[in-house]
Design a binder for this molecule. Structure first.
Ligand SMILES: Cc1cc2nc3c(=O)[nH]c(=O)nc-3n(C[C@H](O)[C@H](O)[C@H](O)COP(=O)(O)OP(=O)(O)OC[C@H]3O[C@@H](n4cnc5c(N)ncnc54)[C@H](O)[C@@H]3O)c2cc1C
Length: 449
């Protein structure tokens, strides 16, 4: 079977790899000059580093199995997470129950309620009721208004902007549930996060090498313009220069709105689903510095007057000795696609960020900064709202032989490498099973193009 895969993020790469392993003839088309999508990396002090901070949880079993299969299991490191909260000019560590007990910005009674909320959600497997209620309404009713106002509300606002009060409780349930489940020794155990030494590019690059060596026709810098259907079936793709690449099945591993522009006519219900889910885009400035900003790895900044939502000091996770002695800081924002920051230059953004960094650490000075980079990540986080099952498009589209896989189809888990890889494997299997079910004459080479 000839399969065209559109999109060389980890989902499209995994689908291509699994199909290749089963002997199919695969062509992979990626718009940008490199594979890996949002797991892209760049060079810092002679080492690779993610453009967008990445770590794994112990529950991310599919990506961990792939890393093992590719021969890099011994490079995984599990490191105590150092999460903090910056509020009212103070950095509060926020990892253990003791940290929560000491979190004085929240009244004592609400600290207890917040702790009980975590324990309760961790135990609950029946999450269906959370599909029908927003996180805001559920927390205000079942925990407390203060807990929403001071903890979850600012976090949701940081990640989802104006849509903060529309996010389904199902999304938050899954995030908390999995996060607790990843504490191997139980909820009181310290959390550990996983990192692949050398960066996640180690497995992405190996996947690319195996695709190329295994005969997959990899085209980078090649945005697909159109998906062709003939006799009601997917029949191939049209490339930027107008040439056609014929295929028996097409897998689009791209965001829904991009898919909709290139797809043949679908059904009104499928079109509605493609339009139903909004996205936040990511904006990350990365600094290499001579000194450390704080002892925290992941610092939430739940203050709307600050120009960023989180600071991720990567070298408080994986030491500066791995990056030529540089301390590495990600200044992170998730924003609406039309947010003014996307129209600003790196220097204009720096003029906003620099004084705000000094409120975190008054010693900070721009002279600490060796180098800075700005990365924009479109389609970074789908917005998971209530009644989501009625919004989620199926992987099998209404056009036989045409499949869609993107992060809007990951539910109820939060998106992440693990789930894109799992989805990539599931869709590969679907393509093979559907092909096997086709009548022989219909599936004969040449019949579709
Ligand atoms: C700031 C940030 C932090 C993150 N942190 C973590 C983390 O800590 N841990 C974790 O596991 N995950 C994390 N993630 C999520 C993780 O990066 C994603 O879940 C995963 O990379 C998504 O892979 P994907 O293949 O589904 O999509 P994408 O990576 O978005 O891939 C889609 C690909 O399609 C290509 N494309 C688009 N249009 C076309 C076209 N017309 N023709 C051909 N190709 C096209 C794009 O260029 C892109 O390469 C983070 C993401 C962000 C943005």
């Amino acid at each position: 079977m000839r399969v065209a895969v559109i999109g060389g993020g980890v989902a499209g790469m995994t689908t291509s790899y699994r199909l290749m392993q089963q002997g199919h003839d695969v062509a992979l088309f990626e718009a940008s000059p490199y594979l890996g999508g949002l797991v892209r990396t760049f060079d810092v002090g002679g080492s690779r580093l993610e453009a967008f901070y990445h770590h794994l949880f112990s529950t991310d079993t599919t990506v961990l199995a792939l890393i093992e299969e590719l021969g890099f299991g011994d490079r995984m490191r599990w490191i105590d997470s150092k999460v903090g909260w910056f509020t009212d000019g103070t950095i509060y560590p926020f990892v253990t129950p003791l940290d929560l007990a000491r979190f004085s910005p929240l009244p004592l009674i609400d600290r207890v309620k917040l702790g009980l909320m975590g324990l309760n959600l961790r135990k609950r497997d029946d999450w269906e009721e959370f599909e029908h209620v927003t996180a805001k309404d559920w927390i205000e009713k079942n925990v407390s208004k203060k807990v929403f106002e001071q903890v979850w509300g600012p976090l949701l606002h940081g990640k989802y902007g104006d849509a903060y009060d529309k996010v389904a409780m199902a999304w938050l349930w899954s995030k908390i549930h999995l996060r607790f489940a990843s504490r191997k020794g139980g909820p009181l155990q310290k959390e550990q996060l996983g990192y692949l030494m050398g960066s996640f590019a180690v497995y992405v690059d190996e996947l690319e090498r195996r695709l190329r060596d295994g005969g997959v026709d990899v085209h980078t810098g090649t945005p697909v313009r159109q998906i062709v259907a003939e006799d009601g079936r997917a029949a191939g793709v049209v490339l930027p220069d107008g040439t056609r690449h014929a295929a028996d099945a097409v897998v689009a591993a791209v965001p829904s709105s991009i898919f909709k522009q290139m797809a043949p006519p679908l059904t009104p219900d499928y079109d509605r689903r493609l339009d139903a889910v909004g996205w936040q885009f990511a904006l990350c400035m990365v600094l290499t510095m001579q000194h450390s900003l704080s002892p925290i790895y992941w610092m939430n900044i739940p203050d709307q007057s600050m120009p960023f939502l989180a600071l991720v000091e990567h070298t408080n996770f994986v030491g500066p000795e791995n990056y030529g002695g540089n301390h590495i800081l990600y200044i992170s924002n998730y924003l609406e696609p039309d947010h003014r920051y996307f129209g600003m230059s790196e220097d204009e953004l720096w003029a906003l960020f620099e004084p705000a960094l000094r409120t975190i650490n008054p010693q900070f000075s721009s002279e600490w900064v060796n180098q800075r980079w700005l990365f924009k990540g479109p389609y970074a986080q789908p917005i998971i709202t209530t009644e989501y099952r009625d919004k989620k498009p199926d992987h099998r589209t209404p056009v036989p032989g045409l499949y869609l896989e993107n992060m809007t189809q990951i539910y109820p888990e939060d998106r992440g490498q693990n789930y894109s890889i799992r989805m990539g494997e599931e869709v590969a299997q679907m393509v093979v099973e559907d092909h096997a079910r086709r009548p022989a004459a219909d599936a004969a080479p040449g019949a579709v193009v």
